[in-house]
Design a protein around this ligand. Structure first.
Ligand SMILES: [Zn+2]
Length: 327
């Protein structure tokens, strides 16, 4: 049996999977509010305690963790959890415990996702032996590379979300000036993330918005902005989401160029499935391709949105089931 986890600042999603060839088979998965537990071991205890049958020996455990990992120890950003792989290994007698960057964990799912778990943005022409890439906007912006090595993808984390935001239009140049004034510098996460959509909205729409129910000078919730935009309730909210989608496409294209992602670019994270109609209306892929002299190359790169909201957990399980030599 494999134990997998997707551990974020607010909740820890834990799962048990049967190991085997191909995709690990889910036995049970549950979410735990991190603030209700002193640490990961206590949450795993609670998870194992509610299993109807005794869990057969755990052969491996892997956890995607939202926070920097140093020597297999991670400090979470929003809760006072210290996640230590060796502590989990000794407490639950698991021989092989690994902490992964959360995007890296999600990247391990790419090999086993089924067509129904993906929404195609650009079919392209996949080179099966090429590299792939993952970009995922949610609370922050994560990017991972998937190097094709020895017949499978080997994911590699990056800090690409903190690379400098490169504006391409007059509106985006003005947005860059605004963000630099507020934050000192502007990285891609200041634009492509939940808080990033709020930043764009505040810049383009400073007088408040009846559709979002937000007063002048206040921040609207990202979900209210996207709902107002997708419902076409307010032209300025529509414009804010258009800038968000266009910059998202442009940075996905930058990632494709940097990784030579001829096997595909995957768009993960919590935001993409919620704004899918906006990602498929042409604006995202136009920005993705508009990089002369590389338009033909980028038109051949398949681009898909990951619809499975538990891809991070699944990827951690894929990692746990891999031969130890590949960890
Ligand atoms: Zn509005």
């Amino acid at each position: 049996m494999l134990l997998a986890g997707d551990v974020g600042g607010t909740k820890a999603l834990l799962g048990l999977f049967l190991d085997g060839p191909g995709r690990p088979e889910l036995v049970d998965a549950r979410a735990f509010a991190t603030r209700d537990y002193a640490g990961l071991e206590e949450a795993v205890d609670a998870f194992l305690a509610v299993q109807p049958r005794p869990v057969t020996p755990l052969t491996a455990a892997s956890f995607g963790v939202a926070g920097p990992i140093v020597n297999q120890v991670a400090r979470l950003t929003n809760v006072p959890w210290v996640v230590d792989a060796s502590a989990v290994a000794s407490r639950f007698h698991v021989p092989n415990v690994t902490l992964l960057n959360d995007l890296q964990a999600m990247a391990y799912s790419v090999d086993v996702l089924e067509p129904g778990e993906l929404a195609v943005v650009q079919p392209g022409r996949a080179v099966p032996t090429g590299n792939a890439a993952l970009i995922a906007a949610g609370t922050g912006l994560g990017e991972a590379l998937l190097h094709y090595v020895g017949g499978r993808f080997i994911p590699s984390p990056t800090e690409g979300g903190h690379a400098d935001f490169a504006p391409r239009t007059a509106d985006e140049v003005a947005l860059l000036r605004h963000l630099t004034g507020r934050f000192g510098r502007a990285d891609y996460e200041h634009v492509i993330s939940g808080p990033g959509l709020v930043n764009i909205h505040r810049f383009m729409h400073p007088d408040g918005c009846a559709a979002c129910g937000v007063e002048a000078g206040r921040d609207a919730a990202p979900s209210r902005i996207s709902a107002a935009a997708l419902g076409r309730h307010c032209p300025d909210c529509v414009r804010a989401l258009e800038v968000f989608v266009s910059v998202y496409g442009a940075e996905a294209g930058n990632l494709a160029l940097r990784s030579v992602a001829t096997a595909g670019v995957f768009v993960g994270g919590g935001i993409a499935p919620k704004i899918l109609p906006a990602l498929q209306d042409g604006r995202f892929i136009d920005a993705f391709r508009a990089k002369a002299p590389m338009e033909d190359f980028l038109a051949r790169v398949p681009v898909s949105v990951i619809l499975n909201d538990r891809a991070g957990l699944l990827g951690a399980a894929v990692h746990a089931g891999m031969p130890r030599s590949l960890h």
